[in-house]
Design a binder for this molecule. Structure first.
Ligand code: CO
Length: 171
């Protein structure tokens, strides 16, 4: 089911999401709703708090680099629960956007190489390593679990400019 997306500056985006303890049907239907919602907005990633659920759950489905028109494949969606960084190294800058701050795209600095431990929807422990776009997407979504959004990483001046533009947009 497609759910409403929480839009900045809604205070829920500042909540620290809680660890998942039950890997049950409730979690699975949350994951299904997150997928439907992300797909409906053609997003590549979504954290549970973006549909108002403060749990440490995120999903990512990166587009096929070789085919811009390819539809996302549901079974290729990465479902990440209770993530913990084991390693974060280097730095890189890429343009990011966010379904909670629609229409805004900014260059953001992140770690280049990450190793992450997490659980899947059945509670099984997994590890993932990446030094490409997936690493960026994971860092963006984990920030949501910690109550942060990407525009907080902008310089003071760019942030002020953003806030001004955003206020105009929603008046
Ligand atoms: Co986001």
């Amino acid at each position: 089911m497609v759910r409403d997306i929480v839009i900045y500056p809604d205070k829920r985006l500042k909540l620290i999401s809680q660890e998942v303890k039950e890997f049950d049907s409730e979690l699975h239907s949350l994951l299904e709703d997150m997928y439907d919602t992300m797909l409906s907005k053609r997003g590549v990633g979504l954290a549970a708090i973006q549909i108002g659920v403060a749990k440490r759950v995120l999903i990512i489905n990166l587009p096929d680099e070789n085919d811009d028109d390819a539809l996302p494949i549901k079974s290729e969606t990465l479902e990440i629960i209770n993530p913990v960084f084991i390693k974060k190294e280097g730095s890189c800058k890429h343009q990011e956007g966010c379904l909670s701050i629609p229409g805004i795209y900014e260059d953001i600095e992140r770690s280049e190489h990450i190793v992450l431990e997490y659980q899947n929807r059945y509670g099984e422990k997994k590890t993932i390593e990446d030094n490409d776009f997936l690493a960026i997407a994971i860092q963006h979504e984990i920030d949501h679990l910690d109550g942060k959004v990407f525009i907080e990483k902008l310089s003071f001046i760019k942030r002020k400019k953003f806030e001004k533009e955003w206020k105009k947009k929603f008046k």
